[in-house]
Design a binder for this molecule. Structure first.
Ligand SMILES: [Zn+2]
Length: 194
């Protein structure tokens, strides 16, 4: 029986990839094994020790750019609230997948990986598919920056980002504005003064 997206999402949640520190290696290697087994060419590009980005390709005619999918393997921390389920248990209950990263975004990664695996045999002679699975997204997209710095952005006819958007496809990106501020003055406590 083929792997379902729900099963793979649950499996990915069982890897603790909380960022910081990330530790995405085991999760990413698991995906690379699956994709390699289905005929994808997999290349890992390290962001840091134990923090690989994964690029997986299949098909490609050379005259048209492939469709690309992207997602990240790291998650945000658990937060201060007490969890009612094991955050890395990968539980499936009441028709939902539970755990840290279930929404953002191990389910999204699982969905496009399972779809790519299912169609793997049909990409020959087509523009093909490229999957960009990055590390270190939650703290400033360092994984994607590491790929860009190495000139590995490549070409794509379209890029599908598997971030959660309440099951509605959205076009575009909210973007990012990075500011660096320098202030001058005297250090003081906020309660001082009259
Ligand atoms: Zn995300």
């Amino acid at each position: 029986m083929s792997l379902s997206a729900v099963d793979l999402a649950a499996e990915l949640i069982r890897f603790d990839t909380i960022n910081p520190p990330g530790q995405e290696a085991a999760c990413t290697e698991n995906l690379a094994r699956l994709l390699t087994g289905a005929g994808f060419q997999c290349e890992t590009v390290p962001l840091d020790e134990g923090r690989p980005n994964l690029i997986a390709r299949i098909g490609g005619t050379g005259d048209k750019p492939p469709i690309a999918f992207t997602g990240h393997t790291d998650t945000v921390p658990l937060g201060a609230q007490t969890w009612t389920v094991a955050p890395h248990g990968g539980m499936v209950k009441d028709g939902r997948v539970w755990g840290r990263g279930a929404s953002d975004m191990k389910s999204g990664v699982a969905a496009f990986v399972v779809a790519a695996l299912e169609y793997a045999a049909r990409f020959e002679g087509t523009p093909g598919v490229v999957l960009y699975i990055t590390a270190g997204e939650e703290t400033g997209s360092e994984g994607a920056f590491a790929l860009a710095r190495r000139g590995m952005r490549g070409q794509a006819g379209a890029l599908v980002v598997a971030e959660p958007t309440t099951n509605r496809p959205l076009c575009g990106h909210k973007g990012a504005l990075w500011l660096k501020a320098t202030t001058r003055g005297v250090t003081a406590h906020a309660r001082e003064g009259r």
